[in-house]
Structures are given as structure tokens and as C-alpha cells.
Design a protein around this ligand. Structure first.
Ligand code: F6P
Length: 528
């Protein structure tokens, strides 16, 4: 494929387009009867099981998708990412979040320099610092231990760490390590959120440690929240408290110092880490190590690294992120399913060469934990629009089963739904079945389900820090696979930047109007 040829102009794409008509003639009820097909649509790796037999796909589909991957030079693009080439061409950067969790002796080059020693220098600094804080040898300005952490950051400087924290807080080993400690996140700039986050934290007694997490150290919301907290702490404990109570994670150490944070208390990362892919950098590792201890977080990094190696070396037929990515392309670009119940920077309008795309390149992701979704939006996915679902289950609960005499434990109840929902979506319910059940004729249309709705199931053995790392890396790499096949840049986000720059113009005028009474100008009538 010539560099500016769109993937949709290749024979492989056209073959898949034609193939859609074949697939439309099938129903998952019948496809699921073919045990050989189902067996070949299950892949195991390092304790994880992916079952994609409930996709509207046959073995012919997956073969055609592998041909599409070849036409898109997927293997070459994965290698270029791991080799540190500037595949984020619009920002002229490498994309090396895989280096953040690489073993100490690995060699991963960006611009001719092995970045792994730099990564480990910061990891060692975090290990050292978090151990000092946790052991009480690093104390606050009044000599009390720092048990509470508020991580201030937004977007990728918030969501990834929050995801890992959510998973770890009930994991027994991690929970034990977190005893007596609190980790909170402040992202939104709404004063209500600021109040919620400092409620119960007394700077004079309990003491709070603030970690300002910002790749650029310029993000308006984060910097405003950071200034608010700096004021809160220095007005309670005096300006000298800032150095003891505030630390920073950023790629911009000059701005960190200007803000008043001691550079010794700054934890670096690098421009080859995209914001949305930064949880394995100090962005996530620092707050999570303060809460759980570095050794727990190291397990999370090892889980992610295991998937990185798998993604890099496994053949496509057995490669979890590749399979997930290709199936997403199939659902979005061929079957026309625009959403998925289940990370991002796809959703581009142009190819990496700037050519307008005549197809959709990104899906709308949403989801819910447990059966909450079932009691809210599942009606739509069962009878309304077709929305491919990812069901992520855990074989062994993090928590003990309390009710011994019950027919099912809480975990069994949860897993019953994990297994039942994919079949309900795949098989549906026919009029004949309803008639056999003596359903009143007037209710038959309401209780009929067409089925044939695709899903895939990912079963984890347990939800340890290691498995959470695996899960994260699978989903990160799935996004890259989709982007590599669609021929877009999955690592920049100009759409997000547009919103930021428009808010900057509004902010300037708000300020001028408040301080000097200047008239608002240059906006449309509505904004003015
Ligand atoms: O708004 C998108 C984004 O640029 C993300 O990539 C990033 O994670 C987030 O904003 C916050 O940016 P920063 O870490 O520079 O404060």
C-alpha cells in the first residue's frame, strides 16, 4: 500500500465489504452450534481467556481480517512503535509507553538513546520516596506522618490512576498495604469537587500530601486546582509547608520549579508518553505507590509488560490485542456498529497522511461494572441498536464469600450474569419459544428478541495488581491496532486541543471583563 493510499482502497478491505452480505445471512444461534468454530475462537494467554465466538464472524471473516492487517502493514507498525520510531508523526514523537514497564535490562531506543535506564531512575526514586513517606521517615511540616494523598490531575493524568486504584482497593494484599491511608483524586475544576476532596482532611492534623500530576504543567483546570490547594496548605501551615506537602509529576520540570515545588520532589516522564497512555509512568506509579507501596505497583507494571511482550511477538491468530483490535474494525467499519459497551484517541476524521476518511475510525465506548448496566441501558442493547459488548469477568473474587447457606454466592450471582448475558444477546428469543411458554399473544412481540448481537468475553483468573496491568495493556494495544489498520494517528488529540484553546479565549475575556470591566468582544451573540 502506497503511503497515502487509504486502507479502504485495498482489495482486503473490499473483500471484507463483500463478505458482509455473507455474514448477514448467518445468526449467532447457528454459529454457536459449530463447536470447532467456537473452539478456534478462544485464546488463552498467561492466565487470561478471550472468547470471541459470539462475534458476528466466521473463520473466513477472521482470515479476511488477517489479510486486512497485512495490507495495513500491522506487524511493521507494531515493530516501529516498539523500535521508538516517530509514529506520532503530527507531534514528531515516539510512542513508547511500553518502555515504562520494560524490565530493567531491556533496551528500547528513542532518538538513538536507550530510555529504559531513565525509566528505572524515576521508578527507583518513587520507590525510595514512597517508602520514606509510608514508613513515616518523611513527615509533614508539623512533624506528623503523611497518610493522605490527593492526586490533582485531569484526563490521562487522572483516569488511568483512578482505574487502577478502583481495582486495587478491594484486592486483599493491596488493601492490607493501604491500611490507614487515603488516596483521593481531584480532576474537575468545579469548586464543589475541590470542597469534596479536602473535606475531612485537616492540613494541621491529618495532613494531606498533594501530588500535582500534569504532563505539560499548563492544563488550566489542574493548575487552578493546584494553586487552590497550595493556598489552602500555606494559609494553614505557612508557605514553608508547600515544599513538604506538595510534589509533582510532569515532563516540564522548569514549570514545576516556578510553581514552588522543590525539583527534588518532582518525578519526571517524557514526551514519548502520550497523556492517555501515561498511567504506567510516575503519573500512576507515584500516587499508587504512596497508597499501596511500590512492590504492589511493580506487579501491575509486570502484568502490563507481559502483555507488551505478547503483543510484540505472538502470531496474530493468538494475539489478544490484535484480535480485539481487528474485531473492533470489523464491527465499526464493516458491520456499522458505532458504539461498544466497555480508551481512546482514535475517532479521527483524516488518515495519518491528512486524507479525509470515507469511513468511521473510532467507536463510542461506555459501560458499567457488575450488573448495573443490565438494570439501566441493557434494554437498548437487547432490543434496540446493535452495540457490540465486551464482558470482562474475574474467575475468583477479590473478596471472600460471606453467605454460606445461599443457593448462590454474590460472586456466583455476578458470574451467572457474565455467562448469561452474552448468550441472551447472541440467541435472543423467538416467537416459537414464547408460544411454547404460553406467553399471551399480545405480549409476544414485546418479548421477542432477534438475538444475533455480538459480544466477546474476557475472563481473568483474579483481579490482582498483575492482572490489572494485563487488562490495561490489552486495551491500550487494542486502540493502537485499530488505529494502525485504519491508518490514523492514535496518539495525538487535536480535537481535544480545540476545546482547550477556545476556553483560553473565553477565560481571557472573562478576566478582562471582571477586572477592568472590559466589554466582551469577538464572540458570537450566544457566547457574548
Ligand atoms: O485533554 C487531553 C489531555 O491533553 C490528555 O492527553 C492529558 O492526559 C490531559 O489533557 C491532561 O494534560 P496534562 O497531563 O498535561 O495536564
Amino acid at each position: 500500500m502506497a503511503p497515502s493510499t487509504l486502507i479502504c482502497d485495498t482489495d482486503s478491505w473490499q473483500n471484507l465489504k463483500t463478505h458482509v452480505a455473507e455474514i448477514k445471512k448467518t445468526h449467532l444461534r447457528d454459529l454457536m452450534n459449530d463447536a470447532d468454530r467456537c473452539k478456534s475462537m478462544m485464546v488463552e494467554f498467561d492466565g487470561l481467556l478471550l472468547d470471541y465466538s459470539r462475534q458476528n464472524a466466521t473463520l473466513d471473516t477472521t482470515n479476511k481480517l488477517f489479510q486486512l492487517a497485512e495490507a495495513a502493514h500491522l506487524k511493521d507498525k507494531i515493530n516501529r512503535m516498539f523500535n521508538g520510531e516517530h509514529i506520532n508523526s503530527t507531534e514528531n514523537r515516539s510512542v513508547l509507553h511500553v518502555a515504562l514497564r520494560a524490565p530493567r535490562d531491556a533496551v528500547i531506543n528513542s532518538d538513538g538513546k536507550n530510555v529504559v535506564p531513565d525509566v528505572w531512575q524515576v521508578l527507583d526514586k518513587i520507590r525510595d520516596f514512597s517508602e520514606k513517606v509510608r514508613s513515616g521517615s518523611w513527615v509533614g511540616v508539623t512533624g506528623k506522618p503523611l497518610t493522605n494523598v490527593v492526586a490533582v490531575g485531569i484526563g490521562g493524568s487522572f483516569l488511568g490512576p483512578l482505574f487502577v486504584h478502583t481495582a486495587l482497593q478491594t484486592e486483599p494484599e493491596a488493601a492490607e498495604c493501604a491500611k490507614g491511608r487515603q488516596l483521593r483524586f481531584l480532576a474537575n475544576v468545579d469548586p464543589i469537587d475541590v470542597a469534596r476532596n479536602i473535606t475531612g482532611l485537616d492540613p494541621e492534623t491529618t495532613l494531606g500530601k498533594f501530588v500535582v500530576v500534569s504532563k505539560t504543567f499548563t492544563t488550566a483546570e489542574t493548575m487552578l486546582n493546584a494553586r487552590t490547594l497550595r493556598e489552602w496548605i500555606s494559609s494553614a501551615l505557612g508557605p514553608a509547608a508547600v515544599a513538604k506537602h506538595m510534589v509533582a509529576v510532569s515532563t516540564n520540570l522548569t514549570l514545576v520549579e516556578k510553581f514552588g515545588i522543590d525539583p527534588k520532589n518532582a518525578f519526571a516522564f517524557w514526551d514519548w508518553v502520550g497523556g492517555r497512555y501515561s498511567v504506567c509512568s510516575a503519573v500512576g506509579v507515584l500516587p499508587l505507590s504512596l497508597q499501596y507501596g511500590f512492590s504492589i505497583v511493580e506487579k501491575f507494571l509486570k502484568g502490563a509488560s507481559s502483555i507488551d511482550q505478547h503483543f510484540y511477538s505472538a502470531p496474530f491468530e493468538k494475539n489478544l490485542p490484535v484480535l480485539l483490535g481487528l474485531l473492533s474494525v470489523w464491527n465499526v467499519s464493516f458491520l456499522g456498529h458505532p458504539a461498544r459497551v466497555s480508551m481512546e484517541s482514535n475517532g479521527k476524521g483524516v488518515s495519518i497522511d491528512g486524507v479525509v476518511l470515507p469511513f468511521e475510525a473510532g467507536e463510542i465506548d461506555f459501560g458499567e461494572p457488575g450488573t448495573n448496566g443490565q438494570h439501566s441501558f441493557y434494554q437498548l442493547i437487547h432490543q434496540g441498536r446493535i452495540i457490540p459488548c465486551d464482558f470482562i469477568g474475574v474467575a475468583k473474587s477479590q473478596q471472600p464469600v460471606y453467605l454460606k447457606g445461599e443457593v448462590v454466592s454474590n460472586h456466583d450471582e455476578l458470574m451467572s450474569n457474565f455467562f448469561a448475558q452474552p448468550d441472551a444477546l447472541a440467541y435472543g428469543k423467538t416467537q416459537e419459544e414464547l408460544q411454547k411458554e404460553n406467553v399471551s399473544p399480545h405480549l409476544v412481540p414485546h418479548k421477542t428478541f432477534t438475538g444475533n448481537r455480538p459480544s466477546l468475553s474476557l475472563l481473568l483468573p483474579s483481579l490482582t495488581a498483575y492482572n490489572v496491568g494485563q487488562l490495561l495493556a490489552i486495551y491500550e494495544h487494542r486502540i493502537a491496532v485499530e488505529g494502525f489498520v485504519w491508518g490514523i494517528n492514535s496518539f495525538d488529540q487535536w480535537g481535544v486541543e480545540l476545546g482547550k484553546s477556545l476556553a483560553t479565549q473565553v477565560r481571557k475575556q472573562l478576566h478582562a471583563s471582571r477586572t477592568n470591566g472590559e466589554a466582551i468582544k469577538g464572540f458570537n451573540f450566544s457566547t457574548t
